[in-house]
Design a protein. Sequence first.
Length: 249
Amino acid sequence: MHTSNPDLIPEIIEILRSNNRVTVLTGAGISAESGVPTFRDAQTGLWSKFQPTELATPQAFRQNPKLVWEWYTWRREIIKKALPNPAHFALAEMEKLFPEFVLITQNVDRLHRIAGNERIIELHGDIFRTKCSVENIAVKDWPDKGDIPPLCPHCGGMLRPDVVWFGESLPARILEAAWEAASSCQVFLAIGTSSVVEPAASLPIVALHNSAVVIEINSQDTPLSGIANYSLKGAAGDILPRLVSGLNR
Ligand code: APR
């Protein structure tokens, strides 16, 4: 394992250059520089007394659906104002440089899509999509009758954001696609994720077991840092553009 040394960047550029199949896993850290608070950051203002881990759960929605819906409304407002940062744009460029490139994200903010990535697996859904909490189907429009949360126009059940909450399973086909991308790649980059939430946290381990070179990019140590082949300490918005400019040279 190699850590934190910025001199490792040329070595990592060479590794990337000599491989075709690259899989990337991103977490909230990549959007932090766009102004989207990470899950483990303290919340601000009205929401400072709540822990995200206590709001993003099916139990919280059952107990206080209005509170959870309003928290998501607040988060959507922050995310709507956010723009992709240099880390997102670097990954969009990387997608064009490799014949097989898959981006797996735990983020629900659409910033990778806005930056231009096309092959994206959204593990935890999309905060701008809504689904029926009873029928589990996507709902695009509903009449505004002032209910919070609004009600499903088909069955009258409560609507909820189409995201994966703590304690919920990921859709099987999405998890299978992510597993396949982790097990078949030659290089795996884990960027801005605390590497504690399953099943995402297992994806770099799957890559390691299949002999990929695993490179972590994070501003802090995580449980992956000691296991990855390389662990680069720093901001994704600084390190990723340097990797891409080296690849373009
Ligand atoms: N560059 C790189 N890493 C960063 C940066 C940055 N600029 N800023 C923060 N980080 C790192 C932090 O050190 C931390 O390890 O990003 C990570 C963010 O961790 P979390 O907030 O736990 O986000 P994530 O790993 O995506 O959480 C996983 O858990 O909360 C649920 O469903 C939610 O998708 C989320 C999942």
